[in-house]
Design a protein around this ligand. Structure first.
Ligand code: PLP
Length: 451
């Protein structure tokens, strides 16, 4: 790192441990300090501008610098900057946002619990379902089914549900009863000569076998991102979710759709559950709920689950779970305004239209010698690089979170995300088709330099 000793970069290295970062490499490279953002662009402390092809961390749906969200936060801070929701206290933005979420989501989802992050939300889901099953007199029904390659967060329970080695290694995870099934990624996991339909049959059989072996009375829920995101943007094979859903319902296993990345239009439908025909018992949302202008997540769940929990509170006294900032009024006010912007500006339809351009533009790289697979739906996509197209040998064999691709695109004015050798795209949902073309052109220049 060439920065001066008292520069902002040097002080970052002096004081901070960064999340999901190689700390020793960071000491050498220093940070990119992002100072401001406007629309699909961000600018760093050296004045360099980038297209934010990842919407920050899959999250700034309405783009940077949206004044309506700043104003909503300002208004709410002056009126009521904070109040908690313990012991029957409430606040109006939380009530209105819960009502809105129920209105725009599936019929089955009738109740809401707020947390500050997706990880906390998934921890809460685990605890809610355990609590429910204890109350139902089924204390042995505790195991969660998840998938390899899944990302559900990093806290003790949500990190256990995550199916990625980097989030487990040396953290003593998984630490709750969880079984990870095969990653539903046909291109990597499909066997020689196996059709996509046969692959789905195999995954369905695996699910049946796991349930039969453990006993349905020990399995609480199946959790999944409808379209896997942080593990490398892996759309499921055709028909997969309908099969999973049918099997789980038959065995009294709850279905939890983790829409932390997928939710609020990313795939060109309001929720990815709509896109894949999933009718979940529980849905977790975050990120684009406020476009990450404020930390907020919500768990939407069925009235049946609510009634089971409520009955138990009558019996044992209280639902002893919640966070100081659950249903934070400023976060909820920003969430309400953000959902209004998504609706009024037609951002779900824009994600579909610009998403078609993104998928079409990226499809051009299928024939590139370094590209193994191009995949995605709507405004989320990945290009997986390979060392050898025929054998699908990994470009980054050690998988050190993009080590050979570290900083990929920065020189060319685009911020993508290198997940090992998979380059992810998830731009703000306001992106116009011509901006998509420019974003992909910058990616192409970076790829040419890598080759
Ligand atoms: N679930 C999914 C699907 C996610 O993609 C993420 C974060 O990327 C999380 C949960 C965890 O959310 P957070 O980082 O807010 O804890």
């Amino acid at each position: 790192m060439s920065a001066l000793p008292n520069s902002i970069q040097a002080r970052d290295v002096r004081y901070l441990l960064h999340p999901v970062t190689n700390a020793r490499r960071h000491e050498e490279t220093g940070p990119i300090v992002i100072e401001s953002g406007d629309g699909i662009y961000v600018t760093d402390s050296d004045g360099r501008q980038y297209i934010e092809a990842m919407a920050g961390l899959w999250s700034v749906g309405v783009g940077f610098g949206e004044k309506r969200l700043a104003d909503a936060a300002h208004r709410q801070m002056l009126k009521l900057p904070f109040y908690h929701s313990f012991s029957s206290k409430s606040n109006e933005p939380a009530i209105l946002l819960a009502e809105k979420l129920v209105e725009i989501s599936h019929e089955r989802l009738q109740r809401v619990f707020f947390t500050n992050s997706g990880s906390e939300a998934n921890d809460t889901v685990v605890k809610m379902i355990w609590y429910l099953n204890n109350a139902r007199g089924k204390p042995q029904k505790k195991t969660f089914l998840s998938r390899l390659g899944a990302y559900h967060g990093i806290t003790i329970a949500s990190g256990s549900l995550t199916g990625l080695p980097t989030n487990h290694r040396d953290f003593d995870l998984p630490a709750i009863p969880v079984k990870h099934l095969t990653c539903p990624h046909y291109w990597r996991q499909g066997r020689e000569g196996e059709s996509e339909a046969d692959f789905v049959d195999r995954l369905a059989q695996e699910l049946e076998d796991v349930i039969a072996e453990a006993g349905a009375d020990t399995i609480a829920a199946f959790i999944g991102e409808p379209l896997m995101g942080a593990g490398g943007v892996m759309p499921p094979p055709e028909g997969y979710w309908v099969r999973v859903q049918e099997i789980c319902r038959r065995h009294d296993i709850l279905i939890v759709a983790d829409e932390v990345i997928n939710g609020f239009g990313r795939l060109g439908t309001m929720f990815a559950s709509d896109y894949y025909g999933i009718d979940p018992d529980v849905m977790v949302v975050s990120k684009q709920i406020t476009s990450s202008y404020q930390p907020l997540a919500a768990i939407l769940f069925s009235d049946e689950i609510y009634q089971g929990i409520a009955d138990n509170t009558a019996k044992i006294g209280t639902f002893g779970h919640g966070f100081t900032a659950s249903a934070h009024p400023v976060a909820c006010a920003v969430g309400l305004e953000n959902l209004a912007i998504i609706e009024e500006n037609g951002l779900v339809a824009n994600a579909k239209a610009s998403g078609e351009v993104l998928q079409r533009e990226l499809a051009r790289f299928r024939s590139h010698p370094l590209v193994g697979e191009v995949r995605g739906v709507g405004l989320i996509a990945a290009v997986e690089l390979v060392a050898d197209k025929a054998t699908k040998a990994r470009f980054d064999p050690v998988g050190k979170a993009g080590a050979p691709l570290f900083g990929f695109g920065h020189e060319h004015g685009v911020i993508v995300r290198a997940i090992g050798d998979q380059i992810a795209f998830c731009p703000p949902m306001i992106i116009r088709p011509d901006e998509v073309v420019e974003m992909v052109a910058r990616f192409e220049r970076a790829l040419t330099d890598t080759a």
